[in-house]
Ligand binder design. Structure first.
Ligand code: PLP
Length: 389
């Protein structure tokens, strides 16, 4: 990279940390064995995969035989939800929230098409799911509850312990998409009362293309694919050894550094929130305190989030827009809509997600340039000019 960039899009992905790279390199080079082979380099690869499994389990408060490696968050979510539904057999009822990532939402919609019933619970204006609503939604044939640990757009952290307790009392399997949580807040499968939990390596400074599904012992899951005995036949196919090794290292280090990281990110996040909210007609999206340490999501009235992003990009700042027209439509995201944001505010939303390596100087630089950009964009908006006349 020939220029300096201020990277504030860590919820999208993160750079691979040096220690994880170092640990991966031998498995890309001389240690290229297949973990299923019986000779030395095969056995060494197997040992490396098993060490990564132990590190992953340790970071999640799980047992190593409850960790199954996958290609990432999307696959872990698909395996958890479809795997449980197929294992149960028959038509069933599933409870989820209306602000899940598409990797859960779209799977639920697919299951609906297959004849299962899905309840998409509403959230309050901060993005919180009410555990009481989960309780009320339970039916005799409810087999699965899936609620994300922390939201990828607005950063709201869900009361998982309570939701998990409701699921447990009713004998319902509880899955959580912890892709944004792992490496950013403490994760403990027992404290949260979860049976299934998805994580993704590239969100905590590990390589892309690796993830894991935690599955509590005894949770029935039918594999989605056949063709090999890897991962106890739950996820057949030759293991992505370098990526698994990198993920294990990155997660182990992230878990160890967590208290320090939370403190640092929260300090920068709060300064950024305070600076942005001191501008005229800027509102915070998501919960004021129950939010990921690195997440700032605001709506800036009278401007389009996308235009702001382009201007920030010209200043070397990378961020993301909550109104991203991912599907090619101009509709704001389902998350902002579910929070009840009016159309105009939803379109003016921008997300800054801080991570390892960001500094307070970068935050101050952003806060220095952003008022000028906002003013320039607002001057181009006829709605703004009319309102200010
Ligand atoms: C909450 C959440 N779930 C799932 C995913 C998908 O993870 P992956 O990119 O590893 O497939 C993401 C990625 O943005 C996410 O934020």
């Amino acid at each position: 990279m020939g220029y300096k960039m201020i990277y504030l899009d860590n919820a999208a992905t993160t750079p691979v940390r040096e220690e994880a790279c170092e640990e991966m390199l031998p498995y890309l080079k001389e240690q290229y064995g297949n973990p299923s082979s019986i000779y030395r380099i095969g056995r060494e690869a197997r040992n490396a995969v098993e060490e990564a499994r132990e590190r992953t389990a340790e970071a999640l408060g799980a047992r190593s035989d409850e960790i199954f490696f996958t290609s990432g968050g999307t696959e872990s979510n698909n395996l958890a939800l479809k795997g449980v539904v197929r294992n149960r057999g028959g038509k069933m009822h599933i409870i989820t929230s209306s602000i899940e990532h598409h990797a859960v939402l779209d799977v639920c919609m697919e299951l609906e098409k297959e004849g299962h019933e899905v309840t998409f619970l509403p959230v309050d204006r901060y993005g919180l799911v009410n555990p009481g609503d989960v309780e009320k939604a339970v039916k005799p044939n409810t087999s699965l509850v899936t609620v994300m640990a922390a939201n990828n757009e607005v950063g709201t952290i869900q009361p998982l312990e309570k939701i998990g307790a409701v699921a447990r009392e009713n004998n319902i399997i509880f899955h959580t998409d912890a892709v944004q949580a792992a490496g950013n807040i403490p994760v403990d499968v027992n404290k949260w009362n979860v049976d299934l939990l998805s994580i993704s390596s590239h969100k905590f400074n590990g390589p892309k293309g690796a993830g894991a599904l935690y599955a509590r012992k005894g949770t029935g899951i039918t594999p989605l694919w056949q063709g090999g005995a890897q991962e106890k036949k739950l996820r057949p196919g030759t293991e992505n050894v370098p990526a698994i090794v990198g993920m294990g290292k990155a997660l182990e280090l992230a878990a160890g550094e967590l208290p320090e990281k939370i403190k640092e990110l929260t300090g920068m996040r709060d300064r950024l929130m305070e600076g942005l909210l001191s501008m005229e007609e800027v509102v915070l999206n998501g919960h004021p305190s129950r939010r990921l340490p690195g997440n700032v999501n605001v709506s800036i009235k009278y401007i389009e989030g996308e235009s702001l992003l382009l201007s920030l990009d010209m200043e070397g700042i990378a961020a993301s827009s909550g109104s991203a027209c991912t599907s090619g439509s101009l509709d704001p995201s389902h998350v902002l809509t579910a929070l009840g944001l009016e159309h105009e505010l939803a379109h003016g939303s921008v997300r800054f997600s801080l991570g390892k390596g960001n500094t307070m100087e970068e935050i101050e630089y952003l806060l220095n340039v952003i008022p000028g950009i906002v003013e320039r964009l607002r001057q181009m908006s006829s709605v703004y000019r009319q309102n200010k006349r």
